[in-house]
Design a protein around this ligand. Structure first.
Ligand code: SF4
Length: 141
């Protein structure tokens, strides 16, 4: 991918969230956006690369708009992108989506239930909508 092509994409960055269903939802929602809802307009990046300040990853988050997806209010993805100097266009939290679905049973840290996939889709659609907004506003073209 050329640098020009890379600038046209928005980076969707999930938290790592291993061992929590919230983290699994943040990762699955990311894949739904990059692979299904906004392919070609989005890409993703491993949060661990930012934690260890990988030069290429840090340059990418400074050059491209980023949307973070965090499992919970600890906001590990948002905070790490901010600390590394990234351009955050929007931040989404899975835990906030749960507040709209009281009593939902999302499954486990390794296996989502029907409720879990419904919340995943809702998060992914919110992120895809934000990507659309960035393209419509010509922040990215
Ligand atoms: S934001 Fe919450 S779920 Fe995600 S990695 Fe941090 S502590 Fe875990």
């Amino acid at each position: 991918m050329t640098n020009h092509a890379k600038e046209k994409t928005v980076l969707v960055i999930p938290c790592s969230g291993i061992g929590k269903v919230h983290g699994l939802i943040s990762r699955e929602a990311t894949y739904q956006v990059t692979d299904e809802l906004a392919p070609g307009r989005t890409d993703t990046l491993c949060l661990g690369l930012l934690v260890r300040r990988d030069d290429e990853a840090v340059a990418a988050i400074k050059r491209q708009y980023c949307i973070t997806i965090d499992g919970c209010p600890k906001a590990c993805a948002e905070k790490n992108v901010q600390m590394a100097g990234g351009r955050i266009a929007s931040s989404v939290q899975v835990a906030a989506a749960f507040k709209r679905h009281h009593g939902a049973r999302p499954g486990t840290a390794t296996d989502l239930s029907k409720d879990g996939w419904m919340i995943t889709r809702e998060v992914a659609e919110a992120v895809a909508g934000e990507v659309e907004r960035l393209h419509d506003g010509k922040e990215v073209s």
